[in-house]
Design a protein around this ligand. Structure first.
Ligand code: GRF
Length: 217
């Protein structure tokens, strides 16, 4: 059997996507294992989820470092210490420096609660409601220097329905996130999606394999 990819999950808070990844990778046939959970926030609830699953955890408080680059260097050192192959950002609320992103290029992915390239940044669900879109969703993408950009690996579509609030859209989207992130990590760990040297997405799967729909809710 091919070695499972040693994956680090970087979090800042709740860690529900982390939990979805823990659950998926607990299957021995899954092509990735979570070898480390790292938080920039001490006491982030996700840390307890990881510890409960017997996964090593590290906290690196960003306030302890004089610059973004110094913080990123500390994170990088820990990732190397744990011989990490792949990095999943899951609610990690820090912008990473260009140098860090370059060092992990094609091995670092993020989940965002919209159908990118629509609604980058924060306050996504409020803006989704204001825009009146009928379909929103979530995206797993390769991380590049520009925020919430980078080639898209997988997306799930989620309907916006009558009477929706920011919270109801967030909850429905989150359910889709929990299905999508394991799917995307699997594609990545199996080498079925990768970044070609010119930064374009290279896939060995039909496009629809990276897509989930939640119709008729
Ligand atoms: C998710 O909505 C994710 O898309 C966004 O931050 C949130 C993290 O939630 N990047 P959780 O910590 O995984 O529960």
């Amino acid at each position: 059997m091919i070695a499972r990819k040693r994956t680090a999950v970087l979090i800042s808070g709740r860690g529900s996507n982390l939990q979805a990844l823990i659950d998926a990778t607990s299957e021995s046939a899954f092509p990735a294992e979570i070898a480390l959970v790292l938080s920039n926030v001490a006491g982030a609830p996700g840390l307890a989820r990881a510890a409960g699953a017997g996964i090593p955890v590290r906290t690196i408080p960003h306030q302890s470092y004089p610059s973004r680059e110094a913080f990123d260097a500390a994170v990088n050192d820990v990732l190397r210490e744990y011989r990490i192959d792949l990095v999943c950002l899951a609610g990690f609320m820090r912008i990473l420096s260009d140098g860090f992103v370059k060092a992990w290029e094609s091995r670092i992915v993020n989940i965002h609660p919209s159908l990118l390239p629509a609604f980058k940044g924060i306050d996504v669900h409020r803006r989704v409601l204001e825009a009146g879109v009928r379909i929103t969703g979530c995206t797993v993408h390769f991380v590049v220097a520009e925020l919430d950009s980078g080639p898209i690996i997988a997306q799930a579509a989620v309907p916006v329905v009558e009477g929706d609030t920011e919270d109801s859209i967030a909850a429905r989207t989150l359910e889709a996130e929990h299905r999508l992130y394991p799917l995307a990590l699997k594609l990545l760990a199996e080498g079925r999606v990768s970044l070609s040297p010119n930064g374009a997405l290279f896939t060995r799967v039909p496009h629809a394999s990276g897509t989930l729909f939640s119709p008729g809710l």
